[in-house]
Write a protein that binds this ligand. Structure first.
Ligand SMILES: Nc1ncnc2c1ncn2[C@@H]1O[C@H](COP(=O)(O)OP(=O)(O)OP(=O)(O)O)[C@@H](O)[C@H]1O
Ligand SMILES: [Mg+2]
Length: 295
């Protein structure tokens, strides 16, 4: 029998803080857990229906009970495409992957997420995604103040707020040299406050208010978590996003500007360390209960 038989796999590293919490919670509920490093996948063809193995231990991932994706590292185009397609093949062969590969693809790229949210009329800030410098400059001129973000989000890091066309020129030209896309979003005025809602299985499990001295409220950028009872209107937005993206669980950022809420982000591999500090329920345990219920 394969050493992975009946275990819950976590795609991540043994050092990942959420991976550690989830592993502990799954074990506390009686499940065996195997951590699989996403850079160690090997697919042996033909032969086994899906021969995806974690190299050193030759773990047959198809023998797992389910696989929770906690880390999809960046890399070259071929590395990223291979990892996603290996997950697709596992899913096609019957392994439950959480979040599903479709959901991961819909949430890993900010353009795709925002576009899907906008397509059903959910409120998102005006956004331009382009490789064209001229179009990006036009957006800066038209919107006055913008946030230029990396398309693959990184906890608020690497985002710049620009309200001067000269500064925009410098930033856009520098990004061009790195062969980055331009993800330009209108800056929505706010007082250094936004909200994170955590959805599991179509239910808002917890929420926090993030407050910062800065316009970027991410905890990683110095934002502070505060307890928050999300109103129905926020919960409905978060649940609509989760439903649309087909998510098993999801982190949703909502920003209120001039009295209206906007969906800023939907994260298919959301962290919860900051959120947990202001919650009574245990997110890792709620997630473990969900995972064991569906795998
Ligand atoms: N258009 C905007 N107007 C005003 N503030 C913004 C805007 N976009 C982002 N912010 C601020 O920056 C923070 C981070 O933005 P966002 O959630 O889009 O990226 P991220 O957290 O880096 O993405 P990821 O979680 O995928 O790493 C928001 O929580 C908010 O405080
Ligand atoms: Mg965010």
């Amino acid at each position: 029998m394969s050493p992975s038989h009946g275990k819950i796999g976590i795609l991540g590293t043994a050092k990942g803080e959420q991976t550690i919490l989830l592993q502990r919670a799954l074990k506390a509920r009686g499940a065996a857990v195997q951590i699989i490093h996403p850079k160690k996948l090997s697919c042996w063809l033909p032969g086994e229906t899906v021969g995806v193995t974690a190299a050193e231990e030759t773990v047959r991932l198809l023998d797992l009970r389910g696989l929770v994706v906690r880390w999809l590292p960046g890399g070259s185009l071929e590395q990223v495409v291979f990892r996603l397609n290996a997950l697709h093949r596992l899913e096609q062969s019957g392994l439950r992957v959480i979040n599903s590969v479709d959901t991961l693809e819909r949430t890993v790229d900010k353009y795709y997420t925002t576009s899907l949210l906008a397509s059903t009329g959910l409120p998102v800030p005006r956004t331009l995604v382009t490789e064209r410098y001229d179009d990006a400059m036009r957006a800066v001129r038209e919107w006055g103040s913008v946030v230029i973000k990396p398309v693959f989000g990184s906890q608020g890091q690497g985002m710049v707020r620009v309200d001067d066309p000269n500064m925009a020129h410098r930033v856009l030209r520098a990004l061009e040299m790195g062969r980055y896309l331009y993800y330009v979003q209108e800056y929505l005025p706010h007082e250094g406050v936004d909200y994170r809602l955590f959805v599991i299985d179509g239910r808002v499990t917890g929420a926090m208010r993030r407050r910062s001295e800065n316009w970027c409220t991410n905890i990683a950028c110095g934002g502070q978590a505060e307890p928050f009872e999300a109103p129905d209107s926020f919960c409905q937005l978060a649940l609509a996003a989760s439903d649309l993206l087909g998510a098993d669980y999801l982190g949703v950022d909502i920003l209120c500007s001039e009295g209206s809420p906007y969906l800023l982000e939907a994260n298919g591999i959301p962290g919860w360390l900051g959120l947990q500090t202001v919650l009574k329920c245990d997110i890792a345990d709620e997630l473990a209960a969900f995972i064991l219920g569906v795998c």
